[in-house]
Design a protein around this ligand. Structure first.
Ligand code: ADP
Ligand code: MG
Length: 193
């Protein structure tokens, strides 16, 4: 079954930045083998696999280690909206982290980016542990900057097939998001659980 996350009409710029983040973080996470959903753009919204269950206990899922290793990735992409209700599982019990709409440069004025750029941003009691966190940092470091940035640009272009956005605003998103990734890749290893 499919879930459709319908396009939002309000605030054009950040609504489109949100789509850039959703598509890019999905592609990036998938390429690193992390538990994010594949998303597909369509005329009415983002389509993805339907997840039936909320995950209350991380150790009850089929892929606890994969989930625990994904925390550095969520910190890397500055996902300020990571919370327990965004961890969901399919019928087979495989867990995924949903909703990357508030990652990178979406829904953040620049002053706020400066405020949080050097800090952990996940808001609930984190589920990882030192060993898995360290493994997750290595996963983040395994992709090179050129590959990452071309994935970013491809994702943005995919969204622009469906939505129009001024070129300067588009370049702002790409440039600032890429800088966020550069900087946080260097510091996520110092974040404590
Ligand atoms: N793939 C999915 N399968 C089932 N329910 C989902 C899925 N994605 C989102 N939802 C439900 O819809 C809610 C809103 O989706 P979310 O991606 O968090 O959007 P928003 O940007 O509005 O917060 C989620 O909290 C969840 O309950
Ligand atoms: Mg949400």
């Amino acid at each position: 079954m499919e879930f459709i996350k319908r396009f939002k009409e309000e605030d054009e710029v950040h609504g489109i930045y949100e789509l850039f983040s959703e598509v890019f973080v999905s592609r990036l996470g998938k390429s690193l083998g992390l538990p994010v959903l594949e998303v597909r753009l369509s005329h009415d919204g983002l389509r993805m696999k339907y997840l039936a269950k909320k995950v209350e206990d991380v150790n009850s899922v089929r892929n606890p280690a994969q989930l625990k290793r994904s925390l550095p990735f969520e910190e890397w992409v500055l996902n300020i909206d990571l919370k327990q209700e965004h961890v969901m599982a399919d019928e087979g019990g495989n867990a995924f982290i949903i909703d990357h709409g508030h990652s990178l440069f979406s829904w953040k004025p620049l002053y706020y980016v400066y405020e949080v750029i050097g800090k952990p941003v996940t808001r609930f009691k984190l589920w990882s542990d030192d060993a898995h966190y360290r493994e997750g940092v290595e996963i983040v470091r395994s992709i090179d900057k050129a590959t990452r940035d071309s994935l970013l640009r491809e994702s943005v272009n995919e969204v622009l097939d469906y939505k129009r956005l001024d070129q300067a605003l588009t370049e702002d998103y790409i440039t600032i998001s890429s800088k966020i990734l550069d900087y946080r890749e260097k510091i996520i290893c110092s974040f404590k659980n």
